[in-house]
Design a protein around this ligand. Structure first.
Ligand code: NAI
Length: 344
């Protein structure tokens, strides 16, 4: 494997590959930028097809983290760790302890946090082996509420830009995923008088959100194709393809899920079709803004006002996208790149 020729390599500063014989841990830690302090980013545990697929994720997601932090004005670098294995079958106290020792050996260059396949309670276990852990419950709290608040403000901005509307009364919104973020978002949007449709693979979750019968529940295949103003993907990545766009009735896409677009071409296609896409790492930055507040020394009030400013950031992005005729992800990347230089 030629690391420096790897497609996702973007002048990453460190790549660490760990194996622990006794626990069976295989892990990768990629640090895209360390900055003046350290890099931060989630720990993904996944049964990757092969090593290259795991490396691809670590490189791609650590770079995305640098961009996300920069856009949120946070002076930390982006990193990502992946543990190769099925979280349902392979996760064990031994693997988490060994992983913690690996993180500790980096001496604070990188702090891990929960991500797909790992939880806040896993982070508590990892912290028995290293202090370089973030996203522990009751310290910076559960990030999903902050994330949902950010998505809510991004939705407000999208409605203002597209329909010159200052409130969400009567706006029709389809939420894909009734998990932690989806549930908080559902509650906030309900208070604003929106008409809500939800779908989740887990029927108990949709039932919990529809106890008063005010929310429509549809199948997971149909949720993105509903006759609504906005779709909010809050479940998985890779859900917006050209095919979905051709069948979609919504004119705004704004949700929390990472990597919503199936590939880069889709961003241009959305632009052609005049569908306003709020780039995921702008809409879902609330969690990271709340989660970094202790390291970056700002108060809870300041964190909330930064999360609320996602609204204004979105308006700037939409205006530039309209005047320059470029897809929103292109505009966001340019803004993030200009901030990286100042922040790191
Ligand atoms: P979660 O795991 O609590 O919720 C995801 C929900 O999606 C679950 O209820 C699951 O049953 C459902 N789901 C899975 N496959 C589905 C499908 N095909 N159709 C409909 N529903 C399906 O996760 P959480 O925390 O709510 O996060 C949601 C998304 O936002 C994830 O993609 C996550 O990576 C992203 N995100 C979350 C952040 C956070 O602070 N929790 C921060 C940034 C991004």
């Amino acid at each position: 494997m030629k690391f420096f020729d790897f497609p996702q390599f973007d002048a990453h500063e460190h790549l660490n590959i760990f194996h622990d014989h006794e626990s069976g841990l295989n892990a990768i830690v990629a640090i895209h930028r360390r900055g003046k302090k350290f890099a931060v980013g989630g720990t993904r545990m996944k049964n990757y097809l092969n090593f290259d697929a795991a490396l691809d994720d670590a490189l791609r997601l650590s770079k995305a983290m640098t961009y996300k932090l920069a856009l949120a004005g946070i002076p930390l670098g982006g990193g990502k760790s992946v543990i190769i294995g099925d979280p349902g079958k392979d996760k064990s106290p031994e693997i988490l302890a060994a992983f913690g020792s690996c993180i500790d050996s980096l001496q604070g260059a990188y702090c891990c946090a929960p991500d797909v396949g790992t939880s806040a309670s896993d982070m508590l276990e990892i912290r028995n082996s290293t202090p370089y852990v973030r996203g522990i419950q009751n310290e910076t709290g559960d990030s999903s509420l902050d994330t949902a608040i950010g998505v809510f403000h991004a939705i407000r901005a999208a409605m203002k830009h597209r329909f010159s509307k200052d409130n969400l009364q009567g706006v029709r919104i389809a939420i894909q995923g009734a998990g932690n973020v989806g549930s908080h978002l559902h509650a906030m949007l309900k208070r604003e008088g929106t008409e809500l449709i939800i779908a989740d693979v887990n029927n108990e979750r949709t039932a919990a959100l529809n106890q008063d019968g005010q929310t429509s529940v549809v199948g997971i295949e149909e949720i993105l194709l509903q006759d609504v103003d906005i779709v909010a993907p809050c479940a998985l990545g890779n859900v917006i393809s050209k095919d979905v766009i051709d069948k979609m009735k919504a004119v705004i896409i704004c949700g929390a899920a990472n990597n919503q677009l199936i590939d880069n071409e889709v961003a241009g296609y959305l632009n052609q079709k005049n569908i306003l896409y709020v780039p995921d790492y702008v809409a879902n930055a609330g969690g990271v803004i709340g989660g970094c507040r202790i390291d970056c020394d700002y108060s809870e009030e300041e964190a909330m006002s930064r999360i609320e400013r996602i609204h204004d950031t979105c308006l700037t992005i939409f205006e530039q996208s309209t005047t320059q005729g470029k897809p929103t992800p292109e505009i966001v990347n340019t803004i993030a790149e200009s901030r990286i230089k100042d922040l790191l």
